[in-house]
Design a binder for this molecule. Structure first.
Ligand code: SF4
Ligand code: SF4
Length: 227
């Protein structure tokens, strides 16, 4: 019995709280869901090696040493994009990812068991050689280890380091435009192919990018107030 006299929960009442709280990471067994189109690539984004991320099990920020793929969260910050708040239901319930199937808020054991299994990565899903070559090139030129090193060099090397970061930002932007214009890839899918734009994630390295009216990038250092 709980303190208020209610019985502890032992089954899902479909309250939706878990879907409103966060979105799942894809496991290897979820790959067919993407290949068969039940989960759209536009509904996903990749986390690249070296990216700072929150570990939900440990509840702390870590630098990931492996790549993984997440279902997007709604812009307003209230959970998974596949959760229909009006209907109080998952829009892909019959084809939801393994972590969602395993999640039981009253008992985390099955979720942890699934979570520990191999995660999906982009190369498990993409077979297109041109796209894979572009992803590799992007990984070389825009790696998070490179960005981290350059961000740390700013104090010592000033403009020289800043120019190299701007170069990295320009390539990260260019490859997304190139992929949509030349290969006809939907612009909503580029966060899946190349991870989130570095103009967004760079704040985790203490930097901020302002886009000038002519389209060029201007780099500033974030202060304690986030400016
Ligand atoms: S698992 Fe728990 S939080 Fe999620 S919908 Fe079911 S009862 Fe609600
Ligand atoms: S995929 Fe469905 S079950 Fe999983 S978090 Fe999103 S809305 Fe919930």
């Amino acid at each position: 019995m709980m303190e208020n006299g209610e019985k502890p929960r032992d089954h899902c009442i479909r309250c939706g709280e878990c879907c409103l709280g966060s979105s799942p990471t894809l496991q290897m067994e979820d790959v067919p869901l993407v290949r068969d189109g039940f989960i759209e690539k536009g509904g996903l984004y990749s986390i690249r090696i070296g990216e700072p991320v929150r570990d939900n099990i440990e509840n702390k920020l870590i630098i990931t040493d492996r790549e993984f793929i997440k279902v997007r969260e709604k812009k307003e910050g209230n959970g998974c994009i596949y959760y229909d708040e009006e209907a109080k239901a998952c829009r892909i319930y019959d084809h939801r990812p393994a972590q969602c199937v395993a999640l039981a808020c009253w008992d985390s054991s099955e979720f942890i068991r699934v979570y520990k299994r191999p995660k999906a990565d982009r190369k498990a899903i993409i077979y297109d050689r041109v796209l894979m070559a572009l992803m590799d090139e992007h990984g070389r030129k825009c790696s998070y280890s490179k960005l981290d090193g350059l961000a740390r060099m700013i104090e010592k090397e000033g403009e020289k380091a800043v120019e190299r970061i701007l170069e990295l930002l320009r390539f990260d932007h260019h490859i997304r435009t190139f992929t949509t214009k030349k290969l006809g890839i939907d612009s909503g899918e580029t966060d899946f192919y190349f991870g989130r734009p570095v103009t967004q994630t760079i704040t985790m390295f203490g930097l901020q990018v302002v886009r000038e009216p002519d389209g060029s990038f201007f780099l500033t250092i974030l202060d304690g107030n986030g400016t």
